[in-house]
Design a protein around this ligand. Sequence first.
Ligand code: CTP
Ligand code: MG
Length: 182
Amino acid sequence: MVVETVVVALWAMLPAYVPNNAAVLFGGGAPIDGGREWRGRRLLGDGKTWRGTAVGIAAGVALAIVLDAVQPAVSGATGFDIPGFPLAVGAALAAGAMLGDILASFLKRRTGRDRGAAFPGLDQLDFVVVSLLLVALVAPTWFRGVFLSEPLRLVVVLVATPLLHLVTNAGAYVLGLKDEPY
Ligand code: CTP
Ligand code: MG
């Protein structure tokens, strides 16, 4: 069923969706690259901070713990085969999201883009792609059961994420939380 496919796919990625938003809200302070440059450009830039990264991962893991606790109830209420989140899964999804965002900044700096510059495609998918890769590596059984058993769920994630990303970032921009609407 289409609705179940969409619900399960997005539910499974929720711990990967919150870290970036938490980092925007609570980030700042010392940059991860310590101001270091490589080939005349910042390694990552001032937009990737220790605090933002730590708070982002913590927020994703905390959400995964809550979702895991309510999973039986949600599963029963909807009748959908939604997955739970063992700690390793929540941690991989959350850390993967932050890592994807950091790798994207690294690529942006290497391609001459200053902090805050847009990189269409990369901006919208960096975090889900690395989240999926990391969870596939760390928890292959979970990944197989959730995504490989029904690959359409992967398609849903790759199509819906850019849309969700655009909507939340436009919202954060309007609220004055973010400097750019992407
Ligand atoms: N942020 C943070 N730590 C992170 C990610 C984000 O502190 N690991 C905070 C920073 O204050 C950052 C804001 O969230 O400026 C917005 O995040 P993002 O758009 O990813 O960073 P940009 O400032 O746009 O920088 P970049 O061009 O490197 O993406
Ligand atoms: Mg940005």
